[in-house]
Design a protein around this ligand. Structure first.
Ligand code: NAD
Length: 500
């Protein structure tokens, strides 16, 4: 054994210290699935042509090449989908929970069976690395369906004495950063709780939701229980304002969330909003520094920073600022940016030209306000939408890069001296979605977590998700929870509860 190892290492070329080496390309195959040239709307269990007669292109953001064209739903199309959902609601709500559970379980199983195809399509349509789509998005989406299948026949146990009932028809609008996963977060609890749905995916990433419609057909879900309409903001507006909607569930930007809340005010429609964030990631001097550096990388560069709960404001205890920045600068040089379909890629393409322009404008504002930009020296591909892993030092609380959600691979670094100052700075934001704390002391974690106004707080880790764990925010990050029993509450009414 020792001899064999010695022979192998003797045969390898040696690298001198500091010299960069590369992995050989490891592209994921695309010949195991097909993508149609044209995608229709999914209404009443069938793929149907849009009444609008219009289609829009969905492109691969890593190459700018067209992948397919997708139906553009207008108000008449949304009306058709809403009517199908309303009709299906009557029998779906009456179906015994164990029957609904079987459908939801079947969806989870089929998703697992077709995992490879879903991962590749997600990566092609959205620009995220295949490794993340394969290891995070698709397994977590399946896990959400499994988890909620388990509850479908136990709702009385989940909410004892409250006599939970389905709400009815739910309009759901989702963003482009985790297209399949967000669809799963929305559909799984809605179906398990006995509701029917009209779902609108984001315009830049409609393909995996439409493929999920195929899974619904394969699972023989009754027609009309899930309807999927594609289009941009106007289509989303038609969904949320349709009179058939008993509840609206929206995930997206705070600006659009506010507009929806205004539009629905006084109508009696139930509403949950999962909006933006600007999370504080707090590192104390007693933290395991190298692990914390990895946590910060996971917190801000995962999914190109297109993550609502991204740890985009790093708060470093003053004594470790210099060493941490040094280590982070070295670490981002090792982030492999490039072809999302390569299994070695760490960071893929920015989702759209519009999002890239938004990131560039905010980074420019940071430089203009006097912050110091540190960027990986990686070579970016010539075609497609790309942004190198970056961070700012020398920022102040009032800088736009500290206050605004960049939704890209850009971190802003601040410092603090005491835990009180860390809490003060962490809470100094209109958002309140998530936060991270790194320290060796459990008591300090609890002290901090009690005082930080954030829906999810990770300790000595970051960006971990589980369907049993509720996710959601405070303040301008929205209201309502997704996941866990708390998440199902938003898809039920409780005639037995004294508070209703
Ligand atoms: P966005 O608000 O622009 O769009 C989200 C969705 O809403 C899209 O499907 C879009 O077509 C639709 N939409 C746009 N205008 C609409 C309108 N007037 N009425 C109805 N629907 C409309 O957001 P985005 O740029 O796609 O997504 C990024 C945002 O989403 C970020 O702010 C991010 O933080 C947030 N987000 C939040 C969570 C969470 O759980 N809190 C999760 C993911 C993303």
């Amino acid at each position: 054994m020792a001899g064999k190892q010695a022979t192998q290492s003797a045969a390898k070329p040696t690298l001198s210290f500091g010299e960069k080496w590369c992995y050989a390309p490891a592209p994921e195959a695309t010949d195991h699935f097909e993508v149609a040239d044209r995608h229709e709307l999914f209404i009443n269990g069938e793929f149907v042509k849009p009444k609008s007669g219009q289609y829009f292109d969905t492109i691969n953001p890593a190459t700018e090449e067209k992948i397919s064209e997708v139906a553009l739903a207008n108000a008449a199309d949304v009306d058709r989908a809403a009517k199908a959902a309303k009709k299906a609601a009557e029998s779906w709500r009456k179906l015994p929970g164990e029957h609904r559970a079987r459908y939801v379980f079947r969806i989870a199983r089929i998703l697992q069976e077709r995992a490879r195809e879903f991962a590749a399509l997600e990566s092609l349509d959205g620009g995220k690395p295949i490794r993340e789509a394969r290891d995070v998005d698709v397994p977590l989406a399946a896990a959400h369906f499994f988890y909620h299948a388990g509850w479908a026949d136990k709702l009385d146990l989940a909410f004892p004495g409250e006599r939970p009932e389905p709400i009815g028809v739910v309009g759901q609008v989702i963003p482009w950063n985790f297209p399949l996963l967000m669809a799963a977060w929305k559909l799984a609890p809605a179906l398990a709780c006995g509701n029917t749905v009209v779902l609108k995916p984001a315009e830049t990433t409609p393909l995996t939701a439409l493929r999920l419609a195929e899974v619904m057909q394969q699972a023989e879900l009754p027609p009309g229980v899930v309807n999927i309409v594609t289009g941009a903001g106007e289509t989303g507006g038609a969904v949320v304002e349709h009179p058939a909607m008993d509840k609206v569930a929206f995930t997206g930007s705070t600006a659009v969330g506010k507009a929806i809340q205004k539009a629905l005010a006084g109508k009696g429609t139930d509403l949950t909003l999962e909006l933006g964030g600007k999370a504080a990631h707090v590192i104390f001097e007693d933290a395991a520094i190298d692990q914390a550096v990895e946590g910060v990388v996971r917190g801000i560069y995962f999914n190109q920073g297109h993550v609502c709960c991204a740890g985009s404001r790093l708060l470093l205890q003053e004594s470790i600022h210099d060493i941490f920045v040094q280590k982070l600068a070295r670490r981002i040089e090792r982030i492999r940016v490039g072809d999302p379909m390569d299994k070695n890629t760490d960071m893929g393409a920015i989702n759209s030209q519009e999002q890239l322009a938004r990131i560039e404008a905010l980074v420019k504002s940071g430089e203009e306000e006097g912050a110091v930009l540190h960027q990986s020296s990686c070579t970016l591909p010539k075609k497609g939408f790309w942004f190198a892993p970056s961070f700012f030092t020398g920022v102040s609380q009032t800088n736009r890069v500290v206050q605004d959600e960049i939704f890209g691979p850009v971190l802003s670094i601040l410092t603090f001296r005491t835990p009180e100052e860390a809490v003060e700075k962490a809470n100094n934001t209109p958002y309140g979605l998530s936060a991270g704390i790194w320290t060796d002391k459990g008591s300090r974690i609890l002290w901090m977590a009690d005082r930080m106004r954030a829906g999810v707080i990770w300790n000595n880790t970051y960006n971990r998700f589980d369907p049993a764990s509720p996710f959601g925010g405070f303040k301008e990050s929205g209201f309502g929870r997704e996941g866990g029993r708390q998440g199902m509450r938003a898809y039920l009414r409780f005639p037995g509860s004294l508070s209703q």
